[in-house]
Design a protein around this ligand. Structure first.
Ligand code: UDP
Ligand code: MG
Length: 319
């Protein structure tokens, strides 16, 4: 097999509805480059017919490689699986729902080569197709992460990006369990360029990022890049301690003045306030300890069920 110049990694979870359109749009772009390439469709434990359809599509698109994970491990871990499997000189990560237009890949590659950079970010210049809620939470996320992690966090640069082999090798050697790639990649400091693009609406199917997964990504982003929340916990503790001190002095004054019973309200508020603050701080500690826990367990973040590039004997009935 000749050396691959381009690997396109597309994690997909229950994307049967959009799959045919995705392949139909991606293929001419990659064929048009005239270079050896592979498309690694990472099936993130889909429950619908995604895998069956991928294997069918492979019949007349040999560049398509299907990497099927044993269960749903989430977008970032699926991306991780794809990056480890990719062997191209350049690796592009792209969403399967066509929100990232495949034609931009050609621009990214041209930009990387002409400007001699290792990373090209697809930057969402226009997100009007996303819901107000999605845009609002996304803008909050990037602002927060720039503050907590560092000014190098790109604005509106998600997971549509091109990376050189050097970058992917570094990423694949990270001991981290759940790297948030959109933050880890810029943190490495490789020379980078940006290609702006218009975020298209999802071509078919539903979002696979419900609120729970968005919160998970945000917590992983924060705890992966900043210990600031722990300091906030310390500050909250100090402030509540000062407030308690004032209350104690007040309590003594009231006791000295002889009126002690009508202290119910302040007692009630103080107990609730302290309880709340303590729970928040415990939760924060738990997030960090959870990461340490996962790291010490050192379990694989994903397991590959089969990979069409190696498991040709896999019994799928049609392959
Ligand atoms: N995805 C995945 N595993 C998941 C959730 C999402 O592989 O557990 C994939 C999904 O199939 C898509 C990409 O991640 O290719 C981005 O997801 P989606 O478009 O649903 O997110 P949104 O654009 O709504 O934020
Ligand atoms: Mg999407």
């Amino acid at each position: 097999m000749s050396r691959l110049t381009i690997s396109v990694v597309a994690p997909m979870y229950d994307e049967r509805a959009v799959l045919d359109q995705f392949a139909a749009r991606l293929r001419p772009v990659l064929d048009g480059l005239g270079e050896p390439y592979e498309v690694i469709a990472v099936d993130d434990g889909s429950r619908d017919a995604t895998v069956a359809r991928l294997l069918q599509l492979r019949a007349d698109w040999p560049n398509l490689r299907v990497l099927s994970l044993r269960r749903n491990v989430g977008h970032q871990a699926a991306l991780s699986a794809g990056l480890h499997a990719a062997s191209g000189d350049w690796v592009v990560s792209i969403d399967a729902d066509l929100q990232d237009p495949p034609s931009v890949i050609a621009e990214m590659l041209a930009a990387a080569r002409s400007r001699g950079v290792d990373v090209v970010y697809g930057v969402r210049a226009d997100r009007r197709s996303d819901s107000v809620f999605k845009r609002g939470t996304a803008s909050l996320y990037y602002r927060l992460m720039r503050r907590l992690a560092g000014p190098w966090v790109g604005d509106q640069a998600g997971d549509f990006r091109l990376m050189s082999r050097a970058v992917v090798d570094v990423l694949n050697d990270l001991p981290e369990q759940r790297p948030v790639y959109r933050l880890v990649v810029p943190s490495l400091g490789f020379a980078a360029a940006e290609v702006p693009y218009t975020r298209a609406p999802r071509a078919a199917g539903e979002t696979k990022y419900p609120l729970g997964k968005m919160i998970r990504l945000t917590l992983d982003s924060i705890t992966g890049f900043s210990a600031a929340p722990l300091r906030i916990a310390t500050w909250l503790g100090m402030i509540s301690f000062l407030v308690c001190l004032a209350l104690i002095v007040g309590g003594f004054a009231a006791w000295a003045a002889g009126g002690t019973v009508p202290g119910w309200t302040s007692l009630y508020i103080a107990v609730l306030l302290l309880g709340g603050i303590q729970l928040i701080c415990l939760g924060l500690l738990g997030e960090y300890i959870g990461r340490i826990y996962a790291a010490t367990q050192n379990r694989p973040p994903y397991l590959v069920a089969f990979d069409t590039s190696t498991d040709n004997g896999f019994d799928t009935g049609d392959d």
